[in-house]
Structure formats: structure tokens, C-alpha cells
Design a protein around this ligand. Structure first.
Ligand code: TYD
Length: 197
């Protein structure tokens, strides 16, 4: 299975991705954990451009995220799935749909099209969106990359965007309430996976 985690910076999604990967490994499954942007040598270079580099226009941003994702899908995710391994990824296409498609206003359909081309149609089987209030997420967030520095207004738009995506793709996306202890959230996520397998 290909499982992705989404949410605001400071939502706790990275912790949940790690907890799920650990739990699956404890069950004896072979798990590849990866993250976006990054996860490949090219992706890490593109990540630097995106998060520490100069200002850029929204489509340049969307195209760079898609470039990093194309490389990750082709070099890491598709081969792992083909070898029968599980893949857990911290952020994937829904980040681009939420941040670039909705919050930046490029359009979900157009950003989805770009990403379907870039990944050759490789979408997750299941996506968990960890929801917390943008104020809470901002207070918890440790990083300050170029996108986070834009502040609370963008984070509020992204939060609304994730909720909208969850209603657009109800079969693939599950939202979880991130305002609870990590272990409680992790148990809910494992329960949902058990339901599906
Ligand atoms: P983030 O998950 O914060 O990386 P880390 O936690 O390792 O610092 O991702 C970096 C930023 O990039 C974050 O603000 C969200 C943004 N982003 C997009 O805008 N579009 C995308 O497609 C992706 C993958 C991330």
C-alpha cells in the first residue's frame, strides 16, 4: 500500500507518519519511509530552492514541487511498490493541491493534471490529513521556511483547503483530529487501516 500523511507544519503529521511506519515494521512488513519535498538527491536540491531560495511565481513553485515529486515517484515509490513493499510518505500530491492549487489559487484540476503527468498517475491508496487549528499548528511549528514565513493567513487557507480536498476525495482521504495525544491519533489511524485491509 501507498499511504501519505498531510497537514499544516506543526500538525503532527510527521510524527504520525513515523509511528505508522514503526507499527507496520513491528508487524513484520517491509516499509519504505520517505518525505516531500526531498527523498532523492534531486529532490533535496529542489527542496533547498523551494524552501530557502528566492521568491518565485506560483506556477514556478508548483512545477518545482512536481519535479521533485516526479523523481521521487519514479526512483523510490514505484519501485518499492513493485517489489511488494509498503510506502509511507510525509506529504505528496495533496500538499500541492492544498498549497498551490487552492491556497495560491492555481486550481485543483490544473495542479492535479500537472501532478498526474509528473507521477505517471501514481496516487496514494490512502491519505491521512491531520487537522489542527492553524494557530495551534503555528505555535508548535519549529521550522521557518520560505512558505511558512508567509504567516497565518496562508496557513488558514491551507487548513480550509485540506478540508475541501477531504470532501472532494472521500474514498482516499481520511481526516483525523490532531488535537489529541500522538498515541491516541496513531491508534485511530491503525484502526482505519485494519478496516481497509
Ligand atoms: P514540510 O513538510 O514543512 O517540510 P519539513 O517539515 O521537513 O520542514 O514542507 C515544507 C513546506 O513546503 C511546507 O510549508 C509545505 C510546502 N509544500 C507545498 O507548498 N507544496 C507541496 O507540494 C509540498 C510537498 C510542500
Amino acid at each position: 500500500m501507498f499511504i501519505t500523511f498531510e497537514g499544516l507544519d506543526g500538525s503532527g503529521k510527521t510524527t504520525q507518519a513515523e509511528l505508522l511506519a514503526e507499527a507496520l515494521r513491528a508487524e513484520g512488513r517491509d516499509v519504505v519511509s520517505t518525505r516531500e519535498p526531498g527523498g532523492t538527491p534531486l529532490g533535496e536540491e529542489v527542496r533547498r530552492l523551494l524552501l530557502e531560495g528566492v521568491e518565485m511565481s506560483p506556477w514556478a513553485e508548483a512545477a518545482l514541487f512536481a519535479a521533485a515529486r516526479a523523481e521521487l515517484a519514479q526512483a523510490v515509490i514505484a519501485p518499492a511498490l513493485a517489489a511488494g513493499r509498503e510506502v509511507v510518505c510525509d506529504r505528496y500530491v495533496d500538499s500541492s493541491l492544498a498549497y498551490q492549487g487552492i491556497a495560491r489559487g492555481l486550481g485543483v484540476d490544473r495542479v492535479l493534471m500537472l501532478n498526474l503527468n509528473a507521477t505517471e498517475g501514481l496516487l496514494p491508496d490512502l491519505t491521512f490529513v491531520v487537522l489542527v487549528d492553524p494557530e495551534v499548528a503555528a505555535a508548535r511549528s519549529t521550522g521557518s521556511d520560505r512558505i511558512e514565513r508567509e504567516g497565518l493567513e496562508l496557513q488558514r487557507k491551507v487548513d480550509a483547503a485540506y478540508r475541501e480536498l477531504a470532501s472532494m476525495f472521500p474514498n482516499r482521504i481520511t481526516t483525523v483530529d490532531g488535537n489529541r495525544p500522538p498515541e491516541v491519533i496513531a491508534e485511530e489511524i491503525r484502526g482505519r487501516l485494519r478496516q481497509l485491509s
